[in-house]
Ligand binder design. Sequence first.
Ligand SMILES: Nc1ncnc2c1ncn2[C@@H]1O[C@H](COP(=O)(O)OP(=O)(O)OP(=O)(O)O)[C@@H](O)[C@H]1O
Length: 199
Amino acid sequence: MIKIFIKKLIKNRTITLNIQSTEPKIYAIVGKSGIGKSTLLNIIAGLEEAEEYNIEIQKEKLSFQQHLIKVQDRKIGYLFQDYQLFPHMTVQENIHYMKSPNKETEQLINHLRIANCLNQYPSTLSGGESQRVALCRVLSVKPNLLLLDEPFSSLDDETKEEGMELIKYIFKTWQIPIILVSHSKKEVQTLADEVIEIK
Ligand SMILES: Nc1ncnc2c1ncn2[C@@H]1O[C@H](COP(=O)(O)OP(=O)(O)OP(=O)(O)O)[C@@H](O)[C@H]1O
C-alpha cells in the first residue's frame, strides 16, 4: 500500500505529486529538466521539506508533520543519480555500512555479480559495477519503497539493458513500489506501470 501526496513550491511554481495504490507498481516520474523531479524524491526520502505532504507506505505514516519519522528509520532505498558510494571505503565496507553482513546481503552480492569486487575501491569500478554496488547497499536494509533517480544515465546501452532487467527482477522478487525518475522514453516504456508527468 502506498499513498503519497506532495505539494512543493519551487521558484514561484507549485508542483504536486499524487500516488495511491494498494498494489506495488513501478512509477515513472517524467517532466522537463529543472521542474523538480529529484526534489520530489528527496521529499519522499525525508531529505527536504515541502509545503504540504502526506506519505504512507505499508500503512506507516512517514511524514505527517507531527509524526515525522527520521530519515534513518524510514525503510526507503534511495539510489542517487551518481550512486554516492563512499570513496574511502571498499565495496564491502560500502555495502555493510548500513547493515552488518548477513545471509540475505550475501545472496544479493552474488545475484548482483559483485562478489569479485568486494575489496576494490569505488574509483576502480565500472559504471555498471558501481550501480550494482549502490543497489546492493540500498537493498540491504530491506526497503519498503525504492527511489531511483536516473539510475542508468551514465551507463552504455548494453549495461543500461542489464540495469533495466535488474530493476524488473527486483520488482518481481521484492514486490515493493518503485519510483523512477527518468528522461528516457525507452526506460519509461520498458519499466513503468504508471507514468506521472510533472507540470
Ligand atoms: N540545493 C538547491 N538549492 C537551490 N535550488 C535548488 C537546489 N536543488 C535544486 N534546486 C532547484 O530546484 C529546481 C528543481 O530541481 P530538481 O533537481 O528537483 O529538478 P529535476 O526535475 O530533477 O531536474 P533534472 O531533470 O535536470 O535532473 C531547479 O530549478 C533547481 O535549480
